[in-house]
Each structure stands twice: as structure tokens, then as C-alpha cells.
Ligand binder design. Structure first.
Ligand code: ADP
Ligand code: MG
Length: 701
């Protein structure tokens, strides 16, 4: 239904933000609360008690009967276990009650969540612990409302079991490292945090069709299907009129999001048929990630009300563009400065260049780790598929900055055409104008004026994993830059000169990660190989980077993960990969054997019966079709049997990496089977085809 209220009149009404917290709690807890949120100070019992009371009153007044600790286990989804507010009142009745203890700590049974071996079954306890930096919120269902409290999820021994705890650690580490750099510039900031705006791409399809496709239901993507004759070749989808049905869905999502304080800004048609995008205004990274998780949940839920299904999978349809989640990332100070914004004065530019070049170095040194952070079974179908960034991680800077940096590297004094920046002598720092050149849409990691856009993140993934890595490697790089500057200053005393010398050195050592050209071109692969840039095409190869000594050491030094935690993430992600391929393979076999092959046999039977009706079996076209169909059916059958055979031996492989590689080959076999089925689709009559085709799924909103 149309809601004509201005968004500003109800924005955030279902979220209990810091303003509401301060308004509804006694003054004496405010400094502890604010320091907890801003500086990570420990929450005192009286603070949590007061917050619990305020939260309960607010939630109950808004119709909540239950509360839940809302957390992000390593499944990639969110988890919740609801408890009612009721408690005995001592007089035979009940009252609503919510204590500080219930707010701050929960104890879900951890044994049913992935832990990668951290949690032994005999010690299954896990704890959810309140994250006061992300506001509590209310999720409304038609039949009841629930208060959700963002929490981290850790094991009995304090090791992380979720995707949020490491993120919070990385935020802290980045804050510390960036503040050290800012001290060099006498910057007044007391806090530095990363900001994030995630563009969420997705497909919408009619739910009736969805229900007829076991592959979509069980794997989120089509395992079979011939391209429709018309797809995206006319380029008539991007930014086209939004179909009314999709619009109704979007409006409802937006209204729910606004109530939750999710600042959705942009909606539009994407490149592929039935593909769309939502993008919010950027926020503090922890909140932005929670919001993206909530948004994905809302999308899946609300789509059903419109008899639609939302597909968040990276590649629901072969041959047609897939979906990503562009992570627009920057670093800001509590004084309101974007540290990746090229400044107007030489001094602020030097500071900008320290952050920029440290980022370049971070990506150069840890591109494998970054690649690992976006690795999944589903994202493998998209990366490198000529529409999404390749598996090679490189950085795009744009013409102006590229020139500034290459001159810095060469120690040259030059002038640009537009005079927008001047020389780069050892003691002169240029003005840098905002880049006016075209964006490079093919780059996995592009500088876009005042932020980086990491485009390799998958549409179904939580951005948490990749942002944790991004924050960490940049923090590490900033710490190293800081140390280099400190030692260089000792030699020369002139601070600016020392900084420029350090930056020049770093730039020259790491510039091979920079690439301005077409990342989709075949020649880039060759160039990248020559430059020694890793090209990890599949998730198993990428994930292996997690457990390389260098990665373990970096993450351990920064206290993001201890070695056991890294090992467990590797196990969980690889296991997830194998399980997903396993499900896809089994669904492939099942659909082929029970749907497509029988459809072919039915048609063969029809052809053969028709032939027997003819005098002398004399139709050459019928004979041709019978032969052709028989051959196609045999091909299909052969590939089914090959796949079945491969599946049988998969689980005897104990070594995690080897098992991953084996499942990678199963994926290849699934594709072989798919080709035979898609070939059958080209000749079997429409009315015999057992599932809705691409043209029905994609061209009907
Ligand atoms: P595009 O042309 O790629 O759509 P936009 O300028 O619209 O670029 O930005 C896309 C996303 O980047 C939005 O979510 C926006 O809020 C976000 N964004 C803009 N500035 C920043 C920043 N400083 N930090 C993080 N994200 C940002
Ligand atoms: Mg963008």
C-alpha cells in the first residue's frame, strides 16, 4: 500500500539509537555508555541494567513480546533465538522483565553452528555478547514483533565463532593504526573508523516459476537452462523503467528499511533482465554491515508477499550477468574528515597520500588474502566471467592520481595539462583535483574519487568477511608506513621530505598492483602473470591463502585471529564450498535422471510411435530426429553416470584442501552434464520440458 508520509517522519522508528538511549536512561550511566560505544570501554552492570529497562519499555510499547540476541554465525546468515519477556511476578501472574544480564550475554547451544573444529562437542557452550555499537532494532512480522539485539558470538574459550567479532577487532585495529599516522600531522581526531556503502544487486522472479525449479529452491541458482533468444543483448534493461511488480516490492522494502534506520538511497534496473539494485547512503562500517544483513533478510521475506522470489545468488543464470555487492569503503575521522579525500592544500594532500599509498601497499602485499575473503562456491561462477572483476586483484586509480603517483615515484617535477596540480619536487606536494576521468568498471578495486570500491564481493555474502580483511591489511600497512616515517625522520629532520621519501619507496615497490586497463581482456591475464600478481581462479585455491604463514602471522600480530581461529575459518569456508558443490551435484543428478532424461524418453517414444504409423518408416526428418535425440540422451546419461561415480569417492578424501580441489573437479563435471541437458532443451517440445525455461523466468515481470 502506498504510504504518503515523509520518510523523515518515521525514519529509524524501529531502532533504538544512541539518541533514544541517552534520552531514556539516567544521566549517571551516560559517560560509561558513550565511552563503551566510542572507545570500547567495558560496560558497567548498572549501565546494562538501565539500558535493558529502557529497551524493554520501548520494545513492549511497540508490540514486542519477545527479544533475541541477533548474531552472525559462520553460516553467512543471521541467527536468532527468541525469548519472551515474561517472568513470574511472584503472585501467580507474569510481568515483562528484561535484565542487564539478559541484554549483555546469551548462551545459545553452539554445537549446531559451524566452528571449524574450535568447539569440541563435549564443550558446546557458546556466548552471544551485546555489541553496543550497533543499535537494537525491532523486526515486525504480521503476527508479532521481536526486539533484536546485535551481538557477537564467541566460544567458551573466547574464540570467535561469527563474522562480527573479527570485524569489531579490525575496526579497533584500524582506528589505532590510523590515529598513529594522524599524530604525525598533528591531526585533532580522537577516533578513526571505516565507512561503507554496499550496492546490493539481486534478481526477482515469479514465485510460481521458482517453485517448479528444484535447482533454484535447493541451490539458489539454475543448474540447467538454455539462454533465451532475447536476453541482455539489446542493452535495454539497465536503468530502464522499473516494472510495477518490482516497484511494489521495492517500495515495501524501502518503507521497512527506513523504519529500521537503513538509509536506502538508490534503486534501479540492472544490466540483466529481472536484475535490480539497492544502494544505501554509506554509514559506519559495523552498522552498514548489520544493515546489509537485515536488508537481505527483509528482501527474501517481503518478496514472498508479492509472490516473487528474490535471488541473491551471484550467478543465478548462466550466460547472463551475475550479481555483486560493490563495497564502497573509506576511512573517516570523528572530526568529519574523509581520509581518502584528496585535499585542497599540500599538507592535507600529503596526509591523503600516506593513506592512499599505504592502501596500495596493503593490497599489493595481501592480494591473495583479499581474494580469499570473497571466495565461495557461488562467487566462483561470477568472478572472471567477463562482467565481474577477474580473480586477479589489481587497483585502478584514474588518470590524475596515476600521474601524481608516477611522478612521485620518479621524483619528477612536471606539470599537467589542466594545471590542477603542480610539481612534485622532493619538498613540494601537489594539489590534487578530484578525478574527472571515466570510471573503470572492470577493476576489482577501484579508487572512485574519495573512496575505494571493492567489486569482487559476492551478492549473497556478508560484507563482513572482506571488510575485516580490508581493515586489517590496511591497518597493518599504516603501522609499517608509520614506522618507516619515524625512522626516516631521524635521518633528515625535515618531516615532509622524510614522508615523501618513504612514500616514493613504497610506491616504487608496490606499483605493479596498479592497472588502469581493461580487466576483462585476455591480455591482462598475461601481463598480470608477468608482474607476478596472483590469479586464483577458484575458491579452494583462494582460500588456501588464508592459512599461508604470512597471513596467519599478520592476523595474529594484529590480534584479529589467533592461528586456531584462522585454521577454523579455512575449514568452515572450504567445508561450505564442498557442501555447496555436493548439493549442486546431487540436484543435478536428480533433476537429470528424474526430469530431463525422462522428458527425452517421452519425446523419443512419441517420435518412434509416429514413425511406425508411416509407410516403410520413410520419414528422413523423423529418422534424423530419432538419431539425434538418442545421441543426446546417451550423452546426458553418460555424464550423469560420470558425475555419480565422482560423487561416490568424494567423501573418502580427508585432507581439507584436497577435498576442495576434488569438489572443484566435480563442479566441472556438473557443467559437462549441464551442457548435455541444455542440448536436449534445444529439441524437446516445449510442452514436454519439465521446468520453466529461462525465457519464462526472466522475461515476465
Ligand atoms: P556509483 O556511481 O558507483 O553508484 P555513488 O557515488 O553513487 O557511486 O556511491 C555508491 C555507494 O558509495 C553509495 O552507497 C555511497 O553512499 C557510497 N559512498 C559514497 N561515499 C562514501 C564514503 N566516503 N565511504 C563509503 N562509501 C561511500
Ligand atoms: Mg558503484
Amino acid at each position: 500500500m502506498k504510504n504518503n508520509k515523509p520518510v523523515s517522519s518515521y525514519f529509524g522508528e524501529n531502532t533504538f539509537d544512541i539518541k533514544k538511549l541517552l534520552k531514556n536512561t539516567p544521566k549517571k550511566i551516560h559517560s560509561n555508555l558513550q565511552n563503551a560505544i566510542n572507545q570500547g570501554e567495558k560496560i558497567l552492570p548498572e549501565t546494562s541494567d538501565a539500558v535493558a529497562i529502557a529497551l524493554r519499555k520501548w520494545a513492549v510499547s511497540k508490540g514486542c513480546t519477545h527479544y533475541t540476541h541477533w548474531f552472525q554465525p559462520m553460516t553467512g546468515y543471521t541467527a536468532e533465538k527468541h525469548d519472551s519477556f515474561i517472568d513470574y511476578d511472584g503472585n501467580g501472574g507474569v510481568i515483562e522483565k528484561f535484565t542487564g544480564k539478559q541484554l549483555t550475554q546469551g548462551e545459545p547451544d553452539a554445537s549446531s553452528f559451524p566452528s571449524g573444529g574450535i568447539r569440541a562437542t563435549f564443550e558446546a557452550r557458546g556466548y552471544t555478547i551485546w555489541d553496543p555499537t550497533s543499535p537494537a532494532f525491532i523486526i515486525e512480522y504480521p503476527h508479532g514483533n521481536t526486539l533484536c539485539i546485535p551481538t557477537v558470538f564467541v566460544s567458551y574459550t573466547g574464540e570467535t565463532l561469527d563474522r562480527k567479532a573479527p570485524l569489531l577487532r579490525s575496526i579497533q585495529v584500524l582506528n589505532n593504526a590510523a590515529l598513529e599516522i594522524l599524530k604525525i600531522f598533528n591531526h585533532p581526531a580522537k577516533k578513526v573508523f571505516s565507512t561503507l556503502g554496499v550496492e546490493q544487486e539481486y534478481f526477482l522472479i515469479d514465485r510460481n516459476y521458482y517453485k517448479q525449479r528444484p535447482d533454484l529452491i535447493q541451490t539458489g541458482r539454475t543448474l540447467f537452462g538454455k539462454m533465451p533468444e532475447k536476453h541482455q543483448q539489446l542493452e535495454d534493461q539497465y536503468f530502464a523503467n522499473i516494472p510495477e511488480r518490482a516497484f511494489a516490492f521495492m517500495s515495501e522494502i524501502e518503507e521497512e528499511s527506513y523504519k529500521l534506520g537503513i538509509p536506502l538511497k538508490t534503486r534501479h534496473n540492472e544490466v540483466a533482465p529481472n536484475q535490480f539494485e539497492f544502494a544505501p547512503i554509506y554509514e559506519d562500517v559495523n552498522i552498514a554491515i548489520d544493515h546489509n544483513q537485515i536488508l537481505m533478510d527483509l528482501m527474501e521475506r517481503i518478496a514472498k508477499r508479492h509472490n516473487l522470489t528474490v535471488l541473491l545468488h551471484e550467478k543465478p543464470f548462466a550466460g547472463i550477468n551475475g550479481s555483486g555487492k560493490h563495497a564502497n569503503w573509506s576511512i573517516s575521522t570523528d572530526t568529519g574528515e574523509n581520509l581518502l579525500f584528496p585535499g585542497n592544500t599540500p599538507e592535507s594532500n600529503l596526509q591523503f597520500l600516506v593513506f592512499l599509498i599505504s592502501t596500495i601497499k596493503a593490497v599489493y602485499n595481501n592480494s591473495k588474502l583479499l581474494r580469499a575473503s570473497v571466495a565461495s562456491c557461488s562467487n566462483d561462477y561470477r568472478l572472471g566471467a567477463n562482467e565481474a572483476p577477474p580473480a586477479i586483484i589489481s587497483i585502478f586509480l584514474g588518470e590524475t592520481l596515476s600521474k601524481v603517483l608516477s611522478d612521485l615515484g620518479a621524483g619528477k617535477v612536471t606539470k599537467t595539462k589542466d594545471q590542477s596540480w603542480i610539481s612534485f619536487g622532493i619538498d613540494k606536494i601537489p594539489e590534487i583535483s578530484k578525478d574527472s576521468t571515466d570510471r573503470n568498471r572492470t577493476s576489482p578495486f577501484a579508487f572512485t574519487g574519495n573512496k575505494f570500491e571493492f567489486r569482487a564481493v559476492g551478492s549473497s555474502a556478508t560484507p563482513s568477511t572482506s571488510i575485516t580483511i580490508l581493515n586489517s591489511i590496511i591497518a597493518n600497512s599504516l603501522l609499517e608506513t608509520n614506522a618507516q616515517i619515524k625512522s626516516e625522520v631521524k635521518k633528515s629532520k625535515d618531516l615532509n621530505k622524510a614522508i615523501v621519501r618513504v612514500l616514493r619507496k613504497i610506491y616504487n615497490e608496490t606499483k605493479s598492483i596498479l592497472f588502469e586497463g581493461d580487466n576483462y581482456s585476455a591480455s591482462w591475464e598475461k601481463v598480470a602473470l608477468k608482474r607476478g600478481l596472483p590469479n586464483l581462479k577458484t575458491a579452494p585455491d583462494a582460500l588456501k591463502a588464508l592459512i599461508e604463514k604470512k597471513s596467519i602471522k599478520l592476523l595474529e600480530n594484529l590480534k584479529i585471529f589467533n592461528p586456531r581461529e584462522v585454521e577454523s575459518r579455512f575449514e568452515v569456508d572450504m567445508e561450505n564450498y564442498c557442501k555447496n558443490v555436493d548439493i549442486e551435484a546431487k540436484v543435478s543428478v536428480d533433476m537429470s535422471l528424474t526430469m530431463f532424461y525422462p522428458a527425452g524418453i517421452k519425446y523419443l517414444n512419441d517420435l518412434l510411435s509416429t514413425l511406425t504409423l508411416l509407410k516403410n518408416n520413410s520419414s528422413s526428418s523423423l529418422n534424423f530426429m530419432i538419431k539425434d535425440l538418442s545421441k543426446k540422451l546417451d550423452d546426458c546419461f553418460t555424464e550423469i553416470k560420470n558425475l555419480e561415480k565422482m560423487l561416490k569417492s568424494a567423501h573418502s578424501i580427508k585432507d581439507t584442501f584436497k577435498r576442495g580441489k576434488y569438489f572443484e573437479s566435480i563442479k566441472v563435471q556438473c557443467l559437462k552434464l549441464r551442457i548435455t541437458v541444455d542440448n536436449l532443451e534445444t529439441i524437446i517440445p516445449n510442452n514436454l520440458w519439465p521446468v520453466p525455461k529461462y525465457k519464462e523466468l526472466l522475461l515476465n515481470l
